[in-house]
Design a protein around this ligand. Structure first.
Ligand code: 3PG
Length: 214
């Protein structure tokens, strides 16, 4: 089991750490085994810590990690991986030192070459839709057949299928199944329902590809 097994890595923004475990359980009930808690709010470290302790079935990671201090906080909180919207040599070095798997964000060949120096195998492609979506991704795959992508930004239930059809996509990232509004309104059943929908779509799409021998 890894963070790509379900086809989706939820990008979670929490304003209250008390909601972290409820969100984690709602995702889990929907068949998702991972979540990325973003450092966009001050409660990220505490929220990661709670999920790591109380919901061990979820592989919890830290998202929107943009400096070394956040990465160190993520490690202390027991995050199992970190995601950054960009790629930065200092972050790559620190991730290696802390033995923390990192998914850095890229949109260009030069950035991918930097990541390869640090043995990165899966790159976040962000912001995916704004940077040309699948068309750009396919073009980037040409010179780099050894890597896979986690496209994020502008992906939802309505366009996830086309991404799933591409074998270079490890999983998609996104917040549509766990929006801040849903969390604020305590709509945990809705989070579970939307999680189920995307996991089902992923499984169906990949099964179809197997049948077609792709
Ligand atoms: C991210 O940081 O990965 C994105 O903000 C998530 O994008 P989305 O909200 O468009 O899904």
């Amino acid at each position: 089991m890894d963070i790509f097994t379900c086809g989706v890595v939820p990008v979670v923004v929490l304003h209250d750490a008390q909601n972290a475990v409820k969100v984690a359980n709602a995702l889990l009930k929907g068949g998702i085994n991972t979540m990325e808690i973003t450092f966009r709010t001050a409660v990220a470290k505490e929220a990661i810590q709670k999920v790591a302790q109380e919901v061990p079935e979820i592989i919890v990671g830290a998202g929107t990690v943009i400096n070394v201090e956040q990465m160190q906080a993520a490690k202390v909180a027991n995050a199992k991986f970190v995601v950054s919207p960009g790629i930065d040599e200092e972050l790559l070095k620190e991730a290696k030192r802390l033995e923390l798997p990192i998914i850095p964000g890229v949109v260009s060949p030069s950035e991918i070459i930097l990541g390869l120096k640090y043995d990165i195998k899966v790159f976040k492609f962000f912001p995916a839709e704004a940077y040309g979506g699948l068309k750009t991704l396919k073009a980037l795959c040409g010179p780099f057949p050894q890597i896979r992508f986690l496209p994020t930004g502008g992906i939802s239930q309505s366009n996830a299928e086309e991404y799933f059809q591409n074998q270079k996509i490890a999983a998609v990232g996104g917040s549509w199944m766990v929006s801040t509004d849903m969390i604020a309104q305590g709509q945990y059943d809705l989070i579970t329902e939307k999680s189920k929908d995307v996991v089902e779509l992923f499984k169906r799409t990949r099964a179809q590809q197997c049948l077609e021998g792709k």
